[in-house]
Structure formats: structure tokens, C-alpha cells
Design a protein around this ligand. Structure first.
Ligand SMILES: Nc1ncnc2c1ncn2[C@@H]1O[C@H](COP(=O)(O)OP(=O)(O)OP(=O)(O)O)[C@@H](O)[C@H]1O
Ligand SMILES: [Zn+2]
Length: 665
């Protein structure tokens, strides 16, 4: 295990937009209740006036007897009324059918259960009965132009009334249980937006730019929006049109929601927030209705901010949306947003802020002028930014005198604002558990370790296993000292944590934005150092290197396919770039844009890099065997060793950093 890059933590903080029940999961229950009720009621109260379906011959026979008073025909179906109620099938017929002993199940099903009614319906035979009209007139059958009333509306209502009553009762019960304003907003509030409204007037939940740190560029771009909301006339006086939509683009947890709230807070206008995922419902049209309602609410309290989180959930380019359900629903919802945004003039003082971390999948229509034509990128904070964000979050936390926010900022490359908030929280909890009066530096370091590496895990290990793990981790650590350009080693531990049996914690001295090839090789060599040490010392292999192998392979593959670092393949893009805001490959979408030979060459080059680094790792560890052994001894003694202890135990200086020097000659 080699912990050189802290993995990004999922945003662990509660989203300001969240908190309502997802109504979607109630729909199947709702439908089930309606269905059960319907069946129950129609069984308990059979409709007295439901028509009996009779064969055409029976109908003619009855008409001949003068028992038919009126008919109404629709297509090949005739509906009508008998003078005296008729039962069909008759008892003789049922008996006959029984005697004939049905040969198949199908035969038996031909006869429906007997019914009696004055209303009937029948099907005209495919061959046209020419004399029918004359025949009916002769038998004084009234041929009606309108459907024969069968108790009509009342009948239907009678059938549904008990069901409605029962449903009404359920709703009432549900509302009582859910309490005020809770739950699904009532069965009848489906089309209403469940936007959360924050009134920025009361100081308690007012967020200002004071609460936002470390993302100054994004903040600066939004100052203008605040100005506009404060005094719209100033901008529109000369006929200029105000901004309508701003798209906030950035990785999860970078503070997009926070920024939007701060804009509202600074301007002192209400803030309506909704997650795009909440717009999308099973039933087509509901999303659009919610959008309409959201904009209506905002318009009523303009000037106001509307914030739509995760807009990519509905704003995906049309045609790109999955074929599975919800397709046209998304389209309609998106269309409604566009319509609403086109509808308001910009004078009304409503500004729509939307957040996304996948800007490249958005529908073009969203980005056209007059819609989300402004884009503000919210980057992960740099070291200074991280220190500032920590500063915001420690405001209410009593700090020990030894805490250095600078140092913590340095130790947390890749952390988002939300991650940093989480770090402060974890440290405070830890200090409280340790019954301290202030949060000290050690609390922060331990919290960081827990976040990055997972909590400690009690595990009973044999002495042999412990020694092997110590050699594995020391292998990583020694190479972190002797390979030029390797990240400094801060801590080595053989306390099992999370998935790992041991940990070597390395981290770069500064934030890196551009990686030299030599640095990448140094990292691969370090990653392979665990296995290399086991081989050098024991001559055998274990499964303990799985994670290392995975990381090293990934890095080597990127060198070959994305960064043009293989002479055999040259500067050809052979893998897509990562989604900048989410990490992970964006995908070429199916077909690989290269041949089988190239694929084979890529594999060969990746193998070459790994094998070279592996050999180098083994060579270096053999050369520094004494240092390796003494670090292992120190580890077995104390389980965790700090940077100074490592340098002391090994007698080695920290690895020289890579310098950029022009080539000579
Ligand atoms: N730049 C920052 N300054 C101060 N606090 C921050 C910053 N960025 C994030 N935070 C903290 O993290 C919390 C979560 O951030 P927020 O929800 O705004 O991120 P987001 O970018 O909207 O995330 P997501 O994409 O997951 O919705 C905020 O409430 C805030 O406390
Ligand atoms: Zn390892």
C-alpha cells in the first residue's frame, strides 16, 4: 500500500438542498392502493346496470320478440336497452356447455358467468346483416344517435366513490403522521415544486462571501451579479440587458451551492433551491409543472435567486439521454426551463444559477445567449485557498497553540472545501473524545489519517506477517528517500487501516499541476518497492501488492496513452482525457481509435516501463539493505514512525527534488 495521493473524499456534508422524501418511491404504492380498492369495490358492489354482452343472434331474437326498446351503434358494436331484463347465458346454455364436456380450457372460457340486465351490448357479425334496419324499424326499436344512458355518471361515481374515500383517508392519515408540511406535500401537490426557500433576511441562515474562501476568482465573477440584484435599474437604465443565467462548473464539494447562497445573502434576496434530479418524475409532465411553479414562486418574490443543482441530470444533450424511460420527461422539463428563462425579461430581477460537474454533456440550447451564457469555473482550492477555507471552518472551534493551518493546507492537496470542512469536524470530534479543551495539531493529523486511509482496524497478525508487512512498507519508504524526485515520506505505519495492512504516507511538497516524466518514474518505482522488498528479503511473493500493481499500471498506461512518454508510440492520443471535474476517463465511446497492432504495442510499452521500474526498485533496495533492515526494526518496535524517526533510523537524507535545468551540449 502506498498512500502518496490522498483519495478525494466523497462530499460528506449534508446538502443544503436535500432533506425531502423522494416521492418517486411512493408511486407504486399509490397505484397499488387504487387498484386494490377498485377491485374490492367492484366485487362488493357489482354494478346493477352494467350491460350484459349477448351474441348477435340473441339480440335479433329479442328484437323480434319486441323486447328491444332502443339501440345505439358505434362501429360494429351495438348497445341498447331491453324492455324486460334478459339473462345470458341462460341456464340451459350453461347446462348444455357442461354436457358437451369442454375439450379444452379455451372452450370452457367461451361462456362468461350469467348476468342479468336491461342493458346489453353485442357485436355485429363481420358479414353485414342487410335487412337489419328495416327489421328494427318494424319491431319499433328506437335507433338512437346518442349513447344509451346506463345510469351514466352516477353509476361511475358510485363505483369510484368508496375508493376515493379510502384514498382520501390514507392521505389524511399520511399527512397527520408526516406532520406539518412534511412528506410528499400531499398527494395533490405533485406538480408543485418542492423548492426550498431560504430567506436571507434573518441573520441565522444568511450566508455571505465571508463564509466562502479559497475560490476568489469565482467569487469575483459573481460580485457583479450581487450588484445587479441590489440595484437592477442601474444596469438596465441604458437599455442593457441583465444576466439571466450563470452556470457554476466544478468538482463536487468545491462550494458551488455555497457560492449561490452567498450571492443571495450578499444581495439580501430570497434563494430558491432545487436539485434537478427532483424535477424528474415517473409521470410525464410533472417535472415541467414543477419548473413552472418554481419560477412562479420566485417571480412573486423578485428580486430572487433560483438555484438548480446538478443540472446535468436534466440538461443532458437531447439524444444523449439514455433510452430507458424518463426520456421525454427530461426533454419536457428542460424545455420548460428554457421557456421560463426566455420568458422573463431580465428586468424582473431573477437570476438563475445552476451547478454541474459535467459541463460537456449539457445541451447546447442551455448555453445559448440569454440562458446560461455565463460560466464560472469553481476550481479545487490551492494551498493558500485551503488554508483560507480551513480558517473559515475553524472560526467556531477552539484551537490549540500548536495548530498550523498552513501545514494542514500543505498536507491536503486535492481536498475540496467540503473535504476540509469534514476534516475540521473530524478533528473536533476526536479532540472531544479525548476530553481535550482545544483541538490540537495531533487531532488534525489523526483525523486526516483517518479520512485519507480509513479508521484503524484491530487485526491479530502473526509475528511473521508483521515482519513481512514491515519490509513491504519499508521498501516503499526507502525508495521514497533514495529515488530523486520522489515525494517526501511523512509517516510509515504497520497498523492495519481500512483495506490496508500497512501504510507509507508520502505527499508532495507543493501542489503539482505538471508532472515531469522523471517524477512519474520515481512514483512507479516507489509503488513497486513493497513487492520488491519482499522479493529481495524473502525471495517469495504475496498478494499484498495488488493495490500497488494496480496504481503503477494505471500510471504507466497514462504515460504511454495520454502523455506521449513512449518513444515507440510517440505523441499520439490513445486514451481520452479525464473528465476534469469528476476524475476518471471520459471514454471514447465504444470503438477504440487504433489498430490491434497499436493495442499490442501499448501493452508492450506499459510492461516495459513497469519491468524497468521493478528492476530498478530491487537494485536500489539491495544497495540499501542496511537502511531497509533498520527501518523495519524501528517499525516493529513502535508500529508507526514519523519523518524524523525515518531519517534517523535509516541514516539517509531526504530524496533530492527534481530541478528544471536546461540541457547542455
Ligand atoms: N470555498 C469554500 N469555502 C468555505 N467552505 C466551503 C467551500 N467550499 C465548500 N465549503 C463547505 O463545504 C460544504 C459543501 O459545499 P457545497 O455543497 O457548496 O459544494 P458543491 O460544489 O455545491 O457540491 P456538489 O457538487 O456536491 O453539490 C459547504 O456547505 C461549505 O461548508
Ligand atoms: Zn504496498
Amino acid at each position: 500500500m502506498n498512500g502518496s495521493t490522498p483519495p478525494r473524499q466523497p462530499n460528506g456534508t449534508a446538502k443544503p438542498g436535500g432533506g425531502t422524501l423522494p416521492p418517486r418511491k411512493y408511486w407504486p404504492w399509490f397505484l397499488l392502493v387504487v387498484l386494490v380498492n377498485y377491485l374490492l369495490v367492484s366485487y362488493l358492489f357489482p354494478q346493477p346496470n352494467a350491460p350484459v354482452t349477448v351474441p348477435y343472434t340473441v339480440f335479433r331474437e329479442e328484437a323480434g320478440k319486441g323486447n328491444v326498446t332502443a339501440i345505439y351503434s358505434r362501429g360494429t358494436t351495438i348497445e341498447g336497452r331491453f324492455r324486460a331484463a334478459v339473462t345470458w347465458p341462460t341456464q340451459e346454455e350453461v347446462k348444455q356447455a357442461g354436457q358437451q364436456a369442454p375439450r379444452t380450457a379455451l372452450d370452457r372460457r367461451l361462456l362468461p358467468p350469467p348476468r342479468t340486465s336491461v342493458y346489453f351490448s353485442t357485436e355485429l357479425p363481420a358479414f353485414f346483416d342487410r335487412g337489419l334496419e328495416d327489421f328494427l324499424i318494424r319491431n319499433k326499436v328506437e335507433i338512437s344517435a346518442v349513447p344509451i344512458q346506463q345510469g351514466g355518471l352516477w353509476n361511475t361515481l358510485l363505483l369510484f366513490a368508496p375508493a376515493l374515500l379510502i384514498i382520501g383517508f390514507y392521505v389524511w392519515m399520511y399527512r397527520r403522521m408526516a406532520g406539518q408540511g412534511g412528506g410528499m406535500g400531499g398527494m395533490f401537490g405533485i406538480g408543485r415544486s418542492k423548492a426550498k426557500r431560504y430567506d436571507t433576511a434573518d441573520a441565522a441562515n444568511r450566508v455571505t462571501f465571508n463564509d466562502v474562501a479559497g475560490i476568489d476568482e469565482a467569487e469575483a465573477e459573481l460580485v457583479e451579479i450581487v450588484d445587479f440584484l441590489k440595484a437592477p435599474d442601474k444596469y438596465t437604465r441604458l437599455g442593457g440587458s441583465a444576466p439571466k443565467g450563470v452556470l457554476l462548473i466544478g468538482s463536487p464539494g468545491t462550494g458551488k451551492t455555497l457560492l449561490a447562497k452567498a450571492v443571495a445573502g450578499e444581495a439580501g434576496v430570497p434563494f430558491f433551491s432545487m436539485s434537478a434530479a427532483e424535477f424528474v418524475e415517473m409521470i410525464v409532465g410533472v417535472g415541467a409543472a414543477r419548473v413552472r411553479d418554481l419560477f412562479k414562486q420566485a417571480r412573486e418574490s423578485a428580486p430572487a435567486i433560483i438555484f438548480i443543482d446538478e443540472i446535468d441530470a436534466i440538461g443532458r444533450a437531447r439524444g444523449q439521454m439514455g433510452a430507458i424511460g424518463g426520456h421525454s420527461e427530461q426533454e419536457q422539463t428542460l424545455q420548460q426551463i428554457l421557456t421560463e428563462m426566455d420568458g422573463f425579461s431580465g428586468r424582473e430581477g431573477i437570476i438563475v444559477l445552476a451547478a454541474t460537474n459535467a459541463p460537456d454533456v449539457l445541451d447546447r440550447a442551455l448555453l445559448r445567449p440569454g440562458r446560461f451564457d455565463r460560466r464560472v469555473v469553481v476550481n479545487l482550492p490551492d494551498k493558500t485557498g485551503r488554508a483560507a477555507i480551513l480558517g473559515v471552518h475553524v472560526r467556531k472551534v477552539p484551537l490549540g497553540p500548536d495548530v498550523s493551518l498552513e501545514e494542514l493546507a500543505q498536507a491536503t492537496p486535492g481536498f475540496s472545501g467540503a473535504d476540509l470542512k469534514n476534516l475540521v469536524n473530524e478533528a473536533a470530534l476526536l479532540a472531544a473524545r479525548r476530553s481535550e479543551n482545544a483541538v490540537g495539531h495531533k487531532d488534525f493529523l489523526d483525523a486526516l489519517e483517518k479520512i485519507v486511509l480509513g479508521p484503524e482496524r484491530p487485526l491479530l497478525l502473526s509475528a511473521d506477517d508483521r515482519e513481512r508487512i514491515a519490509y513491504h512498507e519499508s521498501g516503499h519508504a526507502i525508495l521514497g528517500l533514495v529515488v530523486a524526485g520522489a515525494d517526501p515520506v511523512h509517516r510509515v505505519s504497520i497498523v492495519p487501516r481500512g483495506q490496508a495492512l500497512g501504510v507509507t504516507y508520502q505527499r508532495p511538497q507543493t501542489d503539482r499541476y505538471n508532472y515531469p516524466e522523471a517524477y512519474l518514474r520515481a512514483r512507479i518505482i516507489g509503488m513497486l518497492g513493497g513487492r520488491a522488498a519482499e522479493e529481495v528479503v524473502y525471495g517469495t511473493k504475496t498478494t499484498g501488492a495488488e493495490n500497488d500493481i494496480e496504481q503503477a499500471t494505471q500510471l504507466a498506461r497514462n504515460m504511454v496513452t495520454r502523455w506521449g512518454m513512449s518513444d515507440a508510440l510517440g505523441m499520439v492520443q490513445l486514451a481520452p482525457r479525464e473528465n476534469q471535474f469528476l476524475g476518471g476517463p471520459a471514454g471514447f465511446g465504444g470503438e477504440k481509435p487504433f489498430s490491434e497492432q497499436t493495442a499490442a504495442l501499448i501493452d508492450a510499452e506499459v510492461q516495459r516501463i513497469i519491468n524497468d521500474c521493478h528492476e530498478e526498485a530491487k537494485r536500489l533496495l539491495r544497495a540499501h539493505r542496511a537502511a531497509l533492515d533498520s527501518l523495519v526494526a524501528a517499525l516493529l518496535r513502535t508500529e508507526t514512525v514519523s519523518e524524523e524517526e525515518i531519517l534517523q533510523a535509516t541514516g539517509l537524507p531526504p530524496a533530492p527534488q527534481l530541478e528544471a535545468r536546461p540541457l547542455r551540449g
